[in-house]
Design a protein around this ligand. Structure first.
Ligand SMILES: Nc1nc2c(ncn2[C@@H]2O[C@H](COP(=O)(O)OP(=O)(O)O)[C@@H](O)[C@H]2O)c(=O)[nH]1
Ligand SMILES: Nc1ncnc2c1ncn2[C@@H]1O[C@H](COP(=O)(O)OP(=O)(O)O)[C@@H](O)[C@H]1O
Length: 385
């Protein structure tokens, strides 16, 4: 790159620093981690100019990393603070509360995995979500068991609460299915390239077609302030379980294989060959669904209304959930763990944009954050000091 790197970094690192170690200078910040300096910021109104670049002291060279996750729009003026040694908290100036906190992950577990996979330097953005946003809901189960019917009813009954994560698929649309509503219908070569580019949180080959959840699909629901529902197969659920997306995992079972076949045939959307394939795959899916540690709950979809009521109960939409045993409710709770960090950041506003002087100091409580790149970082708490 055409500029004197060392002096730029000295210049940035000599910039404004307050007691909370927030550094900034103009529209760029430099954060030193080990031998690498992460420069964040856009230059000269050129939308695509940089964003993130890394200066490596060992090689004396600039590196432009692969940037994963949904990126923030180019911004002027921000503060950067190093959290641990693996992520940088970015506080955007002059932004609404729902768009001011971002995390640039540089060496988290997710980044380590992606570096290995892509064999290039990688960083990833994750937007901070303030408040106790509800966990996304992952619903899996064999074809024809009634996942779509349950989800549609939930979305119809609670339109302001739930948003559907629209997956990508290479399968052909069925009659009545709308592009970008039911699925993003796509070409295999396009999707394969997008998988390589890191666009998907997870993907799997199911019944001979590719299906995948893009980061954008999940973010779009979170951005609309809704709780995300994902209808994905067991392989996708496994991937999500291993990722940072903290979700509730629900497996829907049929009352019997005969009933499953009956429903698939009655739906009338598949040719015989596809029906046979789906019934064969159902056996494996039912076995995988019972693997310990994957699903939090199992629902048997025998009588639809009973199953729907039980789904509502375990999503906390019915007060009757308290005190009911799992067997009475028709699902089996399994156990999973969560981790916590413990940090508070005080942000002093210098812009004077806030009216009361007492509101110029904001505490960002990171002690309950969850999730992370390539999806949202949830559970942030923000209050005036
Ligand atoms: N892994 C993964 N599976 C998906 C995704 N979207 C849909 N699926 C699964 O793909 C399978 C086939 O879905 P579809 O073609 O709509 O058929 P249906 O299940 O018979 O209604 C189902 O098990 C879905 O849960 C996705 O984004 N990722
Ligand atoms: N509890 C139920 N009893 C009888 N039929 C059902 C029940 N739940 C769903 N169905 C029907 O079964 C078929 C498959 O349901 P669908 O929601 O498309 O399954 P999936 O999304 O799991 O593939 C649909 O025709 C639906 O109306």
């Amino acid at each position: 790159m055409g500029e004197a790197p060392a002096s730029l970094i000295d210049n940035l690192q000599g910039g404004y620093t307050n007691v909370f170690d927030l550094k900034s200078k103009g529209s760029q910040t430099a954060t030193l981690i080990g031998t690498k300096t992460y420069v964040i910021g856009w230059s000269n109104d050129q939308e695509e100019s940089f964003g993130v670049r890394i200066f490596d002291k060992c090689t004396n060279e600039w590196v432009i990393p692969t940037v994963l996750g949904t990126k923030p729009k180019p911004f002027k003026g921000h503060l950067a603070v190093l959290l641990g040694q693996d992520r940088i908290l970015v506080v955007k100036e002059n932004s609404s509360f729902d768009d001011c906190i971002w995390f640039l992950e540089v060496d988290t577990e997710y980044i380590k995995q992606q570096k290995k996979k892509l064999a290039t330097p990688v960083v990833a953005w994750s937007r901070g979500v303030i408040g106790a946003a509800e966990k996304p809901v992952v619903i899996s189960g064999p074809s024809g068991v009634g996942k779509g019917t349950l989800i549609n009813k939930l979305m119809k009954d609670f339109p302001a609460m739930f948003g559907f994560s629209v997956s990508h698929t290479t399968r052909a649309p069925r009659e009545g299915e709308k592009n970008h509503v039911h699925y993003h219908f796509t070409d295999r070569t396009v999707m394969e390239q997008e998988i390589k580019d890191g666009k998907f949180l997870e993907f799997a080959s199911v019944h001979g077609n590719l299906y995948g959840t893009s980061t954008e699909a999940v973010d779009a629901v979170a951005d609309a302030g809704k709780r995300c529902i994902l209808d994905i197969d067991v392989q996708g659920a496994r991937c999500m379980r291993d990722s940072h997306l903290e979700a509730i995992f629900i497996f829907v079972c049929p009352p019997s294989s005969e009933e499953l076949e009956k429903r698939l045939r009655a739906r009338g959307t598949e040719m015989e060959e596809q029906i046979q394939k789906r019934l064969r795959n159902a056996k494996t899916e039912l076995e995988k669904g019972r693997e310990p540690g994957l699903f939090d709950y199992m629902l048997v979809n025998d009588d639809f209304n009973t199953c729907y009521e039980n789904l509502k109960k375990l999503l906390g939409l019915d007060e009757a959930v308290n005190g009911n045993s799992s067997s009475e409710m028709g699902y089996l709770p399994l156990v999973h763990s969560a981790s916590k960090s413990d940090e508070k950041i005080l942000i002093a506003s210098e812009t004077g944009g806030l009216e009361k002087a007492s509101q110029n100091r904001i505490v960002l409580d990171l002690s309950s954050i969850k999730g992370g790149a390539p999806a949202r970082t949830r559970g942030l708490n923000m209050y005036f000091a």
